[in-house]
Design a protein around this ligand. Structure first.
Ligand SMILES: C[S@@+](CC[C@H](N)C(=O)[O-])C[C@H]1O[C@@H](n2cnc3c(N)ncnc32)[C@H](O)[C@@H]1O
Length: 301
């Protein structure tokens, strides 16, 4: 059942943020268990359209039988081309609920969770070539240092990278337990779960090129949204939230807003939420996953 698959976070806030017109065309780029998509469909009339993306074939079992829904089994990093292929040039609203679904975390073989032993896989798209095993067994010490430091914000990233490179000389990494054993002595006392979660986050971001994909996606949203169209993005850690916040406010990921000769700002969006929306205490009690969610909304100029 979809609810076991994933409980949608800030369902009402996300759907309200899209400001849905019943006849409009909306895109949910992270279909997952379909919780947000099903709510969007409730707000659409018979002539409305919902286009849903998910690169994980597992998500397809949640597709409802609804003629207004067009499902695209592709990476949302190629949003614009995929929309064109289906005959859509412009859309009225786009929702992204970033990261991994509860289902992906709950299946040990997918390798996303520190709770189980399983393959060091971590691919969201099982057709992808790069796995966490390959990252750990083939990347240079320097590259691993950067990944753990930047994507995982791991404090002793340099020693961790060295320990990985040393351990694999003896025996290549095969499963999650082999990784846990190799890094055990680098984990600060009492911080096992937090530390491993950071290491896993770093590997997952690298395997799925999550930051590059997010930046490519954000840039394309500016091309495909109609004027007045809404961009609604929910992220779960600062590495994702930062580019979302900067892009919505400035139309770029670094530096200040571009200005034309006359000093007019050149940016694609106006921010609707000056501060990110967070989940209510009530929702967090019911769904722990909601505790780190940050929702940002912008309107195309
Ligand atoms: C947090 S879950 C979304 C849950 C969904 N909103 C719901 O209510 O069930 C994120 C989903 O997006 C998918 N996903 C993540 N990155 C993707 C990408 N770059 N392209 C396509 N799908 C992606 C994942 O496979 C996962 O199913």
């Amino acid at each position: 059942m979809a609810n076991n698959y994933h409980v949608p976070v800030m369902l009402k806030e996300c759907v309200d943020g899209l400001n849905i017109k019943p006849d409009g065309v909306y895109v949910d780029v992270t279909f997952g268990g379909g919780g947000h998509s099903k709510e969007i469909l409730k707000h659409l009339g018979p002539k409305g359209t919902l286009i849903a993306f998910d690169q994980d074939p597992d998500a397809q079992k949640n597709i409802p039988d609804d003629k207004r829904l067009v499902f695209i089994d592709q990476n949302f990093g190629f949003l614009k081309n995929n929309l064109r292929l289906k005959g859509f040039k412009q859309v009225d609203g786009i929702l992204a609920d970033l990261g991994v679904s509860s289902h992906q975390f709950d299946v040990p073989e997918r390798g996303f969770s520190i709770r189980y032993n399983g393959d060091l896989d971590m691919r969201m798209d099982q057709h992808g070539k790069l796995t966490a095993t390959e990252v750990l067994n083939t990347y240079s010490e320097d590259k691993l240092h950067k990944i753990f430091g930047i994507y995982g914000e791991v404090k002793n990233a340099k020693s961790l990278a060295r320990s990985i490179v040393t351990a694999r000389l003896d025996k290549p990494f095969t499963d999650i337990n082999s990784l846990k054993a190799a890094v055990a002595s680098y984990i600060p006392k009492g911080k096992e779960n937090k530390y491993l979660a950071q290491v896993f986050q770093a590997l997952r971001i690298e395997v799925n090129a999550e930051i590059q994909v997010l930046e490519n996606f954000l840039q394309q949203t500016a091309d495909v949204l109609v004027a007045g169209g809404r961009l609604v993005v929910m992220s779960y850690h600062s590495l994702e939230d930062r580019p979302v916040k900067n892009f919505m406010a400035k139309g770029k990921f670094q530096g200040e807003v571009d200005k034309d000769f006359f000093g007019n700002q050149q940016k694609p969006f106006n921010v609707v939420t000056r501060k990110a929306i967070v989940a209510s205490d009530e929702e967090i009690v019911q769904n722990n996953r909601a505790r780190s969610a940050k929702l940002r909304i912008a309107e195309k100029i």
